[in-house]
Design a protein around this ligand. Sequence first.
Ligand SMILES: [Zn+2]
Length: 698
Amino acid sequence: MNKIQKLLIAGAFLFSGTGIAQELKHCGTTEAMNKLFAEHPEIYQQYLQEEEANRLKDQEAYAQGYPGMNNRSSVPLYTIPVVFHIIHQNGTENITDAQIHDQMRILNEDYSKMNANNANTVAAFQSISADCQIAFKLAQKDPNGNCTNGIDRIYSAETNIGDDGSKLNPWPRNKYLNVWVVKTIDNGAAGYAYLPGTAFNPATDGIIILHNYIGSIGTGNSVVSHALTHEVGHYLNLLHCWGNGNTPGQASNCSADDNVTDTPNTIGWTSCNLSGATCGSALDNVQNFMEYSYCSTMFTTGQKNRMHNALNSTSAQRNQLSTTTNLAATGVSTPAVLCAADFLSNSSTNIVCAGDDITFTDNSWNGDPTSWSWSFPGGTPSTSADSNPTITYNTPGVYDVSLTVSNGSGSVSTTKTSYIIVNHNTAQYSNTVYSEGFETSTVPGADWNIKNTNSGSNAWEVTSTAAATGSKSVRILNASTYVGHVDELLGPSIDMTQIAGTTPTLTFKVAHAQKTAASADKLQFYVSTNCGQTWVLRKALTGASLSTAGVVASSFVPNASQWVTQSVNLNGYTTQTNLYYMFRFTSDGGNNIYIDDINLAGTQVGIEDEIANNLNFNVFPNPSTENTTISFDLIDKLNVDLRVLDVVGREVSVIYSGNLNNGEYKYNVNEHAKLAAGVYFVKLTVDNRTFTKKLIVE
Ligand SMILES: [Zn+2]
């Protein structure tokens, strides 16, 4: 099942109220712990001893009515500084600040019994539904004492793996709760945590969780929005209600326990059966956050007591998190300090047509600004004192945006240079043919704009170092440190109705080398029919298909024979009067790329299998020991069938079957089937043509 289908099911569950809870993912904490225990039997013995002590402590506290666990107080007794590390490759897994803030709201509500759905708690459990009196705050100072918004974005392919090795840049666990957000989790879970007694390695202590199980907005949704609450429960030493193990629903679970006396003994739930009663209990606590019922509303008083014990224990240094010293060190003590100005826009590309509006939103870090001073060169109005102003851009050009925010005790500023691109409403070129050889054009300049996602890398530029014809071309000097950097070269607009001929084809010459046989730099060609607000993929070349000179270890400069002509079919755009085009280069740390001699004419150039040539079908890593990813590109809306077969051709898993729009696709095999060691075939059928790759799982 793909992600969209999964969300649809989650949505169906949400609206029907009955639904198929087992379609929702479970947590991988037990698997992670068992893996650790298998590798370190001594930790298991130590854990058993600690667990026995926890059990006795709980029984004693229960006998005394859990002293000090007064439910009526709403004052948090503990505050935990939190950092979110967003591990991403610029896809949807790079979730917004707003989605993280929404998750923090939900987490705080759940741990203070302020969650709206707590009202749905069945009568039998209302009296022990606890205000846990634990608060969570995004860190405002990083481990070096510098300003932070508590959100750490890291570009890494580890987002596709999602195991302990994906826990990049951990902040000290005695100061912060580390939450890593990823696209895929190795063991097929939604997330996992280590209980304090099993947090053997400080660098991997914390929670790793899927981006689409974060919050109720963006890629999250309300059904899964309590998944982090569950994982934080583990982080604060709670077991599942049915005890250790990850097989809820089994009768044998009656002989296990979560070592919290006020949670009824249960076999565990993966559905929301509110009248469920197992293991001799009068009624199970199906709505407990430590169940998989996906209708959770509460923790019990006993669970609260056990979490407070964890926060007072030296086990995994949890007792250091809420100290006054640490709250000051992490900047979460009030009052917050306004430490950096920041803002967002409502445009996904920050490119618009002349005459369009853009709304800007203050996103400054910490300290609640009370006044705003914006500057919008090229905009109308050109200044504003609103927190979220809407600005009209009437004149084509490239514009900075500046913001100064103050809150009475401080003032901070930022300028985002070349932040907004305003494009022409009518085509810049209305000719029978169009050509560009970079002999006189400047980049950036009247025809050309550049955008890059990462500062500090080399951008598209005109060079005299090499040329297919004449003496100049455009290039990017690539480097191994630029992995993941995205550079766009945005061209002028063309009136396609004026191009003579009926089969418009754009050709360009490219020269590129790989640094190693594994380097997979990517060049994509896009067009836009709305001034660059959205783009449609028309060509994609990557790795060896992009390279025109094989592998070159030194900084690549092409000779005359190392230029290759590529063509892009634009037959679908003959009626467009204002078509923009763009080259996008995504570095994999390979070698330099050069482009020259762009030509657009109304005759077909070369007869090629466009679908096959742009498919970039890849299965990696291969051989694979953990997650296997399948990727391909489509330059049209096409019928696609993707499946995994075993060595004798039997179907193992159908990963996708149906129509897909033009774009880039990545599928994680583990999400569909756990492959045992062996040889497989990945079969991709596109538009009735079949492409097969062998996959070895070790
Ligand atoms: Zn769990």
